[in-house]
Design a binder for this molecule. Structure first.
Ligand SMILES: Cc1cc2nc3c(=O)[nH]c(=O)nc-3n(C[C@H](O)[C@H](O)[C@H](O)COP(=O)(O)O)c2cc1C
Length: 370
């Protein structure tokens, strides 16, 4: 078989059966209501992309205290479940599959979103950089104000138990909303990553120190989620080599092996590894960890980061990854599967509308018209 065709072969990730190996990566697009309820517009957007092998939803907050981004969706209330049900129904009606990316931002929540209190994190160390603040009353401009991250409050055991319980509720609600599974967001400097990486976790209790201790929070979250969903429908997204937002780890390869072991013991459907092959949205790491991860995990790995049709097919053909996910290309190319399959040119996204707006720059990108 020519290697280009490998992207279009079916794959089985745990209990998830995919018609092809081209995955839609999670993309925060901030088109929920101001009360974080998914909208009909979101259902339309996801249905337009239903021929992906699997859609991973945008990051979805499991708890109001873990939500620090304007107009992102949540999954803690019945109204949110109803909004998501319309999304999953639309994707299924269009022949697709979709998992819910369960998210808690931990230290990256701006106090503005949570009544002025400090966010929670494993240790009192702020993330580096700035993020979107809520839109001021009466503001009608396109761009949101930006603010620096705050110093988090070090989590107590009760805080930890509360966040683990929120993941469990998120998993239960995702099933009620008709998702095909969930992807636990353990990447990009959010709360699970904050516990995993040594630079953001200076705890001296059972949740900090060596890799096994730093894995404990992740293990508890996975066990809670597996209390609601069969493990074959649970994935995990990680970015152990990423140093964005003040992240960093003393030994990313050892961390990747630890995560692989934990995921194997939990029986997960897949690990979704952000490890770019070229710098772009994130830096390509000097020392990739995919081999360490694969060896320790033994299950299916989706790789992500700066792939195109050719590199994706090659990585799959060479057995480096089981599937490849695409983020930025999915913004302007709802028909990415067809474009890749037929070698058609890609449309360029307007990134002004990546995280703000309504239909424009969201649902108005057409399929290829020749
Ligand atoms: C607009 C935008 C929103 C994103 N939102 C999320 C998100 O909600 N969850 C997540 O894990 N990654 C998110 N990412 C990262 C992407 O999933 C992906 O890792 C990144 O775009 C690199 O892949 P690419 O080179 O195919 O674009 C986002 C990226 C972009 C550009």
């Amino acid at each position: 078989m020519p290697s280009a065709d490998r992207l279009f072969q079916p794959a089985t990730l745990g209990a998830l059966h995919l018609p092809n190996r081209l995955i839609m990566a999670p993309l925060t697009r901030a088109r929920a209501t101001e009360s974080n309820i998914p909208t009909a517009l979101m259902a339309r957007y996801y249905a337009q992309r239903a021929d992906a092998g699997l859609i991973v939803s945008e990051a979805t907050a499991v708890d109001p205290l873990g939500m620090g981004w304007y107009r992102v969706p949540g999954i803690w209330s019945d109204e949110m479940v109803a909004g998501w049900k319309a999304v999953t129904d639309a994707v299924h009606a269009a022949g697709g599959r979709i998992v819910s990316q369960l998210w808690h931002m931990g230290r990256l929540v701006l106090p503005d979103y949570i009544g002025g209190q400090a966010p929670v994190g494993p240790s009192p160390i702020a993330g580096e950089g700035m993020t979107f603040a809520p839109r001021p009353d009466g503001d009608t401009g396109l761009f949101l104000p930006m603010k620096p991250y705050a110093i988090p409050r070090e989590m107590t055991q009760a805080d930890i138990d509360g966040v683990v319980a929120a993941y469990r509720r998120g998993a239960r609600n995702a099933m009620r909303a008709g998702f095909d599974g969930v992807e636990v967001h353990g990447a990009n400097g959010y709360i699970i990553d904050q516990f995993l990486q040594s630079k953001s976790n200076l705890r001296t209790d059972g949740y900090g120190g060596g890799v096994d201790n730093r894995l404990r929070f992740l293990r508890e979250v996975l066990a809670a989620v597996a209390g609601e969903i069969e493990p074959g429908r649970i994935g995990l997204r990680i970015s152990p080599t990423s140093e964005r937002k003040g992240m960093g780890d003393a030994d990313p390869a050892a961390l990747a092996r630890g995560i692989g072991r934990a995921a194997r013991e939990a029986g997960l459907a897949y690990i979704h590894l952000i490890e770019p092959i070229a710098s772009g949205f994130m830096e390509a790491p000097e020392k990739p960890v995919i081999e360490d991860l694969r060896e320790a995990f033994g299950g299916s790995v989706i790789q992500n980061g700066s792939f195109d049709a050719e590199t994706a097919a090659r990585f799959i053909a060479e057995g480096k990854a089981d599937a490849i996910s695409f983020g930025r290309p999915y913004i302007a190319n709802p028909d990415l599967v067809t474009r890749f399959r037929q070698g058609l040119p890609l449309a360029e996204a307007n990134f002004d509308y990546a995280y703000v707006g309504e239909e424009k720059g969201y649902t108005d990108y057409p399929a290829f018209a020749g």
